[in-house]
Design a protein around this ligand. Structure first.
Ligand SMILES: *Cc1c(COP(=O)(O)O)cnc(C)c1O
Length: 392
């Protein structure tokens, strides 16, 4: 084995070097044009993002958390409403629910894909209805670590129960199931452009994708302080700019023009990057599946591999051994949301989420990014094999 290295977990600077001057030029042209808020790059990016994600419309916003809040606000979700979501996810998935006054109901995950378990969702809905305190309204499925949730099964449940479906694709934007994007099943798909997400910018950003024209109009109003929409002003005589007619309580959630300019360049190479991430994932699977539980992808699914997450008995021991040889790792997520002080008062599926509890103790994510070269990846793989051998 070669001398110890110091590797990056997600090497954003390698991507920056690869993209070269394209981004610098795009940024400076946005700066020089002076339209720093809602400049032409924002509309152009929304159009191209919608095309990429198989949507009629994409609406950009300030981050992936607001992207989840906007449809809930537009649908008037509020006190007394139940929103079903996994507990094994980033906090933002559930955070938006109490924001609007509603209650999350936490659902367990499947042991092989880490994504929402449709049977457990059904059990949680049945219990919520039997308890009679909350009205089921929305399901937020998460494309955890990049791979699509079981949308056909979840969508069938939503249709039967009359629930809206949001695909939280912050980690999985660009993932597909049988060649189709999550929006094929969901009412709304959301994403985040936080730098470490598969499609990231150089700051915060997010977007909502949908095929529903009326919903886009409402969310467009909500992201700019509830400004009047075309429909709002129809038949009204309002002498001022409709943006000074506030029809609803909204928020300020816009994507900066500079970030849109960066994202336009990054979207150009995004399909290529997803291919590279899949090559990295395939190499990990080939060379680690005999010593650790490597991630399974749903049949017909293609992941964007936001994370490459394996399961081992001694997660902390492996993390320490890898750290000593310059290989960073991360544990997503060590404390499930239903056990967090901010969320532990909300209801759960009657199962008690056994799979979530088990995974939280044993998952560990390895370096994953499109610029991970074979030599560095071999070093990581060899280091994992050595560490697990030593700990055995
Ligand atoms: C990152 C993330 C979000 C929130 O995105 P921000 O842009 O950080 O607000 C929401 N859901 C999931 C699953 C995420 O990973």
């Amino acid at each position: 084995m070669s001398a110890p290295k110091t590797l990056a977990f997600i090497d954003l600077l390698a991507q920056r070097r690869r993209l070269g001057e394209r981004i610098d030029k795009a940024v400076m042209s946005a700066v020089d044009a002076g339209q720093w808020i809602m400049g032409p790059q924002v509309r152009e990016f929304e159009k191209r993002l919608a095309e990429f994600g198989g949507a009629k419309f994409a609406l950009s916003c300030a981050n992936g958390t607001d992207a989840l809040a906007l449809p809930l606000m537009a649908w008037d979700i509020g006190p007394g409403d139940a929103v079903f979501c996994p507990s094994f996810t980033f906090a933002a998935t559930a955070e938006v629910v109490p924001w609007v006054g509603a209650s999350p109901v936490f659902v367990d995950i499947l042991p092989d894909t880490f994504n929402m378990n449709p049977a457990d969702l059904e059990a949680a809905i049945a219990k919520t209805k039997a308890d009679g305190k909350l009205t089921p309204k929305v399901v937020i499925a998460v494309d955890l670590f990049g791979q699509p949730a079981d949308y056909p099964a979840i969508k069938a449940i939503c249709d039967r129960e009359g629930l809206k479906l949001i695909a939280d694709s912050a980690q999985g934007f660009g993932c597909t199931l049988d060649g189709k994007h999550p929006l094929h099943w969901a009412d709304v798909a959301t994403t985040s452009f936080f730098p470490a997400k598969p499609l990231g910018c150089y700051g915060d950003g997010g977007a909502v994708l949908t095929n529903d024209a009326g919903l886009v109009e409402l969310m467009d109003s909500l992201r700019v302080h509830g400004k009047a929409t075309q429909r709002d002003v129809e038949g009204r005589s309002f002498a001022h700019d409709p943006k000074y007619l506030n029809m609803r309580v909204g928020m300020n959630s816009r994507l900066d023009t500079i970030q849109a300019a960066i994202l336009l360049e990054k979207l150009d190479v995004y399909a290529w990057e997803i291919d590279r991430r899949n090559e990295v994932a395939d190499r990990y699977a080939q060379q680690l599946s005999d010593v650790a539980r490597t991630p399974a992808v749903i049949e017909g699914g293609r992941s964007t591999w936001a994370q490459y997450t394996i399961e081992v008995e001694d997660r902390d021991g492996l993390a320490q051994a890898l750290k000593a040889v310059g290989v960073p790792t991360a544990a997503y997520y060590p404390i499930p949301l239903h056990m967090q002080p901010a969320y532990d008062s909300h209801p759960l599926s009657p199962s008690g989420l056994p799979v979530t509890l088990d995974k939280a103790k044993r998952v560990i994510s390895l370096p994953m990014h499109p610029d991970l070269n074979v030599e560095d990846q071999d070093y990581i793989i060899q280091s994992v094999r050595n560490a697990i051998g030593a700990n055995a």
